[in-house]
Design a protein around this ligand. Structure first.
Ligand code: NG6
Ligand code: CA
Length: 518
């Protein structure tokens, strides 16, 4: 009897051990699967006032609005900088771009500015079981100098954490005007090699400057070097005829690649950095969108971008992925209307205000330079909420790490996933903002802009830079448009912020300003 009982006991114990083990194994695989997919949709030069969810009345962005209105809509969301390269650097590395002297608008031939040993969002996510991809705009440099575009172009996105990359090297207005997939130019023919230079034209090649009769889009400032598809660009390019992109097909090409990446990544959680090129110049909407905004090409490409986002989200839904996908939507810098081409954007702007109520725009240290649309949407997880918390793209590194259970951090990137998911409003207390190598400090509702040399107005683009010989101090709580400089009347506050700014910035080669207490 006794032995029967013992056998029974042993059997029961073995069975429960087996079940426990099995369950543990099961829950691990479920957890692994349940890690949310993460998508960052990043527009190029889209302003705070360009989105109807942010108050635009002259243009409709129904698909971006759906993300904004069903998720967390940040009213005080910032990029680190008011131009592209530094913003993208800040976003991907979680490190302030002013710490890296190379993080400024790059030519198409610039070497990679992210150290291959540096932490990045895709690297961190890859370590945590993700498949990672980038589709569209890179603009963080490629190679180590003197890239041979006809060979493997490396290091690049694939060396800083991306398993898959389908990119344009720099911008739509810069050569090389070709797609690069996993380090190789797409469609390149052996007998028609590509040569690129940013200093000298290739003999016999037409340019926007000398051959205006060959252009279908006229240059306003800059943009008068090589002509590709009738559009004069920045930089000189020779060869690679078959590999050249068709500007009007770019949105569809990238959308298809984004979908393909998702489809190929189904057995793992994935991270996609979908870095759209709209509404950056040259604005080349597909025929389907021409005239759709009534605002000329700038408005039309915003409508096109919005359509792409809607189409992509419907695709995620169809693939049953929406419930388990965190989508972050934002822009790399504030808006600009005329950024170098005569494209009717100024003439057809009408009552539309791309900067919303804010002062400045792209290239500016004023609010509109860095305050951008910023939404976080996760179906079934985020409640519709408007959050006034101060947040910055630089915090996504540590916050996404938190989300996936990693303790990776950088000293500049604050873990604040609960703020991003709308669970609390524990905003950033301070933030250094950057505009073409000049910096300013936001502290609570205060912003201090130290004296900076240079013009107060960039005439070509008609944007105020934020430069002044005097200190500027604004209280955004009751002066969102930054017209009441309180530097004289609030000396104590000013000195407090200058002190803090010195502490954060320390000695750096990029600060053109000597900070002095007032
Ligand atoms: C500027 C270009 C501008 C745009 C910008 C980069 C001229 C005169 N202007 O130098 O058109 O390409 O660089 O924009 O060439 S960004 O969004 O990628 O930062
Ligand atoms: Ca940009």
């Amino acid at each position: 009897m006794k032995s029967k009982n013992t056998i029974f006991l042993i059997l029961i114990t073995a069975l429960s051990l087996f079940t426990a083990c099995n369950q543990k194994h099961k829950s691990q695989t479920t957890n692994e699967k349940q890690k949310p997919n993460i998508i960052i949709i990043y527009t190029d030069d889209l302003g705070y006032g360009d989105v109807s969810a942010y108050g635009a009345t002259e243009i409709k962005t129904p698909n971006i609005d759906k993300l904004a209105n069903n998720g967390v809509l940040f009213t005080d969301g910032h990029t680190t900088s008011s131009t592209c390269t530094p913003s993208r650097y800040g976003l991907l590395t979680g490190t302030y771009p002013w710490r890296n002297a190379k993080a400024k608008i790059l030519p198409g031939t610039a070497p990679l500015i992210i150290d291959t040993l540096q932490q990045t969002i895709p690297k961190m996510l890859r370590k945590n079981g993700y498949r990672t991809g980038i589709v569209r705009k890179w603009h963080l440099g490629l190679g180590t100098g003197r890239v041979n575009w006809n060979k493997k172009i490396t290091p690049g996105p694939n060396e800083v954490g991306f398993d898959y990359s389908f990119i344009m090297a720099a911008t739509q207005d810069r050569v090389p005007t070709v797609y690069i997939e996993n380090s190789k130019v797409v469609g390149l023919e052996k007998n028609d090699p590509i040569e690129i230079s940013y200093s000298k034209n290739f003999e016999g090649e037409p340019t926007g400057k000398d051959n205006p009769e060959l252009t279908r889009m006229k240059w306003h400032h800059g943009h008068n070097n090589s002509i590709v598809n009738g559009i004069p660009r920045i930089g000189f390019m020779k060869g690679g005829e078959k590999a050249k992109w068709i500007d009007e097909n770019m949105a569809d090409t990238f959308l298809a690649k984004a979908k393909q990446f998702v489809q190929n990544s189904k057995n793992k959680p994935f991270f996609l950095y979908y870095a759209m090129q709209q509404p950056h110049v040259p604005r080349t909407p597909n025929q389907r969108f021409v005239g759709k905004s009534g605002m000329g090409p700038r408005g039309d490409v915003i409508v096109e971008a919005d359509w792409c986002i809607g189409n992509f989200i419907r695709f995620l839904k169809k693939e049953n992925l929406l419930e388990n996908t965190l989508i972050i939507f934002s822009s790399d810098n504030g808006p600009v209307v005329n950024d170098g081409y005569f494209d009717d954007s100024v003439e057809k702007l009408g009552k539309h205000t791309p900067s919303g109520i804010f002062r400045g725009g792209k290239y500016s240290l004023f609010e509109a330079g860095t305050r951008v649309p910023f939404n976080v949407y996760w179906k079934g997880k985020t409640e519709p909420k408007v959050s006034d918390a101060l947040v910055c793209q630089i915090d996504l590194f540590s916050s996404l790490a938190e989300l996936v259970g990693s303790n990776a951090k950088t000293s500049d990137s604050k873990p604040m996933i609960d703020v991003f998911l709308g669970k609390n409003n524990n905003a950033r207390k301070e933030l250094v903002l950057e505009a073409t190598s000049r910096t300013a400090l936001r502290q609570g509702n205060w912003i201090m802009i130290p004296p900076h040399n240079g013009p107060a107005l960039l005439k070509a683009v008609n944007i105020e830079t934020g430069n002044s010989k005097e200190y500027q101090l604004y209280n955004l709580a009751d002066d969102m448009t930054q017209h009441k400089n309180l530097a004289d009347s609030e000396k104590k506050k000013l000195n407090e912020i200058i002190k803090e700014f010195k502490k954060i910035r320390g000695k750096t080669s990029r600060e053109s300003t000597k900070l002095e207490l007032k």
